[in-house]
Design a protein around this ligand. Sequence first.
Ligand code: PLP
Length: 392
Amino acid sequence: MKIATQLLHSIPVDELTGAISVPIYQTSTFVQESPGINKGFEFSRANNPTRKVLENIICSLEEGHAGFGFASGMAAIDAVMKLLKTGDEIMAVEDTYGGIFQMFQHMFERFGIKANFVDTSSIDKVLAAMTPQTKMIWLESPTNPTLRVSDIKSISKIAKQHNVLLVVDNTLCTPLLQQPIPLGADIVIHSATKYLAGHTDVIAGLVVVNNKILADQIRFNQNISGSILSPFEAWLTIRGIETLCLRLEKQCSNAMAIATWLTSHPAVDKVYYPGLATHKNHHIARKQQKQYGGLVSFSLKTDNIKSAIRVVNATKLFKLAESFGGVKSMLDHPATMTHRLIPEDFRKKTGLQDSCIRLSVGIEDAEDLINDLKQALDKLNLPAGKQITVLQ
Ligand SMILES: *Cc1c(COP(=O)(O)O)cnc(C)c1O
């Protein structure tokens, strides 16, 4: 089965009633026939039928061994980090998601687990950063907002040689655009909040592992830390996944059209989109991704925060909000919003400019979206005196 069919038909019909929509099993516990004799469910923290359907879907889409649902992407990451112990080190992609940066630096450091942030788009830098204590490599590919791509297959070989776990945050791609496990990863994590649920109405996280030993460990962490996904949130995520294929198709084609158009606008400096042949990691993206995703970032010729804020305040269709992956287009100014907690020198080191604007491209008409960006960007080019009041 092709993945577009698989993602609909890995959702089972309810055996008890024939319900075509997965029932929401809103229950904390399950009646047992006799101690230990039950229908496979005992207590919803450990296992819940609605959550289990979602866990099986993501496991099947990622071609893994087992899947797990969490209350958020961060809770999923927390469960994976708890595979490590004091003294272990983690090598993490340098421009990782802001929350992950905070978690590694300000939470797990205190427990003696050190994170080294490395530009993993360079294999040489990955090799050079390996230490005897490195126990896990943490990749995001592409990263955001600058959409740097790391070669998952080559890094998985290095990980195997050094007996190190490879974790890939696949939030930006979803399994439809990239499957890290067949490329050699041990663990895949998702913020299902983004593309998988897809309608900006859920916070959810998922983990998929490639073997039984990891499955047992993650199942233990999920149950004992208890940050599980609720049945209703699991149901919303399942419903989102049913249309993932259609949504992504449109988001990717809209994003490509917008990225191409942005390269010709006089106010725009750099355009970041791995689908553009000019993107510095385009060749890796082309090798490991089916399409290039719905995020596009760009910076301005007037590279300052003030100009970026004028643009993000002027769009009408693109709504100013954190997060991404929904059906409605949104935009974000990373330096003052999603990435504000990342120290400025670190931001600069990873190439994140003050004027960088991140677009989460939705499923609207591409021409309408381009016109919206055009009217916002054209305001920057008005002759002095005619400029609108600068908003702070
Ligand atoms: C949003 C996000 C997370 C965190 O997920 P939440 O669902 O917000 O907890 C982790 N990784 C990436 C790449 C993200 O975009």
